[in-house]
Write a protein that binds this ligand. Structure first.
Ligand code: AMP
Length: 400
């Protein structure tokens, strides 16, 4: 049976999901963590609730891929590694080169590497994953799926910064956005739920996870999104600032006695957001618990998060002159009813309202607005790996 594996490679990790295609059935999933360090952790979930776990030293991604295939064979998940006919790789930055997914060739790998400056942490790691699979399974259909592609339809008015125009022309300094596969997946699903053509709808998608972004999808296309040149911009996130005044960079560097601007950017990426404000945690569950115990900084962190998301939703509603649906997805969007309620509460004056009972749900696809709400609010679990597997299937079919 034909199988496709969706890969999300990090600098020291390899996250994967194995699908039976075209049935879109998940066969197994797992993660290899701490690659290149001592005591790498190897986890496979398969069958009905079965789990395999091992701790061993895995020196690089190539060895991780070899071990993974061997183990899938040993566990009987695969009868033969040649059952895997396709691999899809998540790539974070596709710049202006990739407005859609692409078959991976040597030239494509070079192009992805040429975009390393746009995602210095992610793109090199993604290429490591690509090369590892190329080495171990050289002849299967291999596809790169970009987080930025879906947003390549944004008009210049929305992707340009108010900077000297030459910086865009000469240095590619513009908004690219991220989470594109997720925004596209849930927006298309919303159209199916509403039973209307995707091309006729105005949808605002809120991907609220540890990373968070909001997208305006008009007539089936992303026309604006909250993340920017990199995923640092937009709403408050688990550990990222979201939008801030650039003048804070020299001011804080001075106060903190930092000389390397990268150290400042690291603080904006890793020590800020919900974690930085609350001093408690980057994790929504911890913040909810701390708020319940009366922790004021956890409370203000939660209110700031809701406020920034709400601002973007309002902005995009005006930009599109209305909306047919507002979608919530990802860890927080799917699992935090109170956060959803607090975000939507302010839209009552526009006739947009959540049904308290319907909203009291976690992780299940459902319309959560009242029957007469002017805009449908929908909870849709995202599935970025499935989008990757579908894109591989598309290229496999083209080749046959
Ligand atoms: P993601 O990056 O999509 O995996 O989302 C991670 C975020 O979702 C973290 O802030 C989690 O605390 C949050 N999350 C996951 N499950 C829950 C839950 N049951 N209630 C509240 N937040 C949750």
């Amino acid at each position: 049976m034909a199988k496709t594996i969706a890969i999300n490679a990090g600098s020291s990790s390899l996250k994967w999901t194995l699908y039976e295609m075209p049935a879109e059935e998940t066969i197994a999933s797992g993660i290899v963590e701490r690659i290149g360090l001592d005591n790498s952790i190897f986890t496979i979930k398969y069958g009905e609730g079965k789990k395999y776990e091992d701790v061993l030293d895995i020196n690089n991604h190539e060895i991780a891929v070899e071990l993974l295939l061997e183990k899938l064979d040993d566990l009987g998940v695969l009868t033969d590694i040649n059952e895997i006919e396709g691999v899809g790789h998540r790539v974070v930055a596709g710049g202006e080169i990739f407005s859609e997914s692409s078959l991976i060739t040597d030239e494509v790998i070079e192009q992805i590497e040429s975009l390393n400056d746009l995602a210095p942490l992610h793109n090199p790691a993604n290429v490591t994953g690509i090369r590892a699979f190329k080495k171990v399974l050289p002849n299967i259909t291999s596809v790169a799926v970009f987080d930025t592609s879906f947003h390549q339809t944004m008009p210049a008015v929305n992707y340009l910064y108010s900077l000297p125009y030459e910086y865009y022309e000469d240095f590619d300094a513009r908004k690219y956005g991220a989470h594109g596969t997720s925004h596209q997946f849930v927006a298309e699903r919303a159209a199916e739920i509403l039973d209307k053509p995707f091309e006729d709808l105005k949808i605002i998608t809120c991907h609220l996870g540890n990373g968070a972004s909001i997208t305006a999808v008009e007539n089936g296309k992303s026309i604006d999104t909250s993340m920017g040149f990199t995923p640092l911009a937009g709403v408050t996130m688990g550990t990222r600032t979201g939008d801030i005044d650039a003048s804070l960079i020299p001011y804080l560097m001075n106060r903190l006695e930092l000389t390397d601007v990268q150290d400042m950017i690291d603080i904006f990426n890793n020590q800020s957001g919900l974690k930085g404000i609350s001093g408690v945690s980057s994790d929504m569950r911890d913040l909810e618990a701390a708020e319940a115990e009366g922790n004021e900084r956890a409370e203000i962190a939660l209110r700031i998060f809701e406020d920034r998301v709400r601002n973007y939703v309002a902005q995009y509603m005006v930009k599109m002159e209305g909306a047919d649906a507002i979608v919530f997805t990802a860890g927080i969007g799917e699992n935090a009813p109170e956060t959803r309620q607090n975000i939507i509460n302010n839209f009552k004056f526009l006739g947009i309202e959540l049904d308290e009972e319907k909203n009291n749900v976690r992780g299940k696809e459902r319309i959560i607005s009242t029957d007469d709400s002017k805009v449908k609010v929908i909870l849709i679990p995202t599935d970025e790996e499935l989008v990757i597997a579908r894109d591989v299937e598309y290229f496999k079919n083209l080749a046959n």
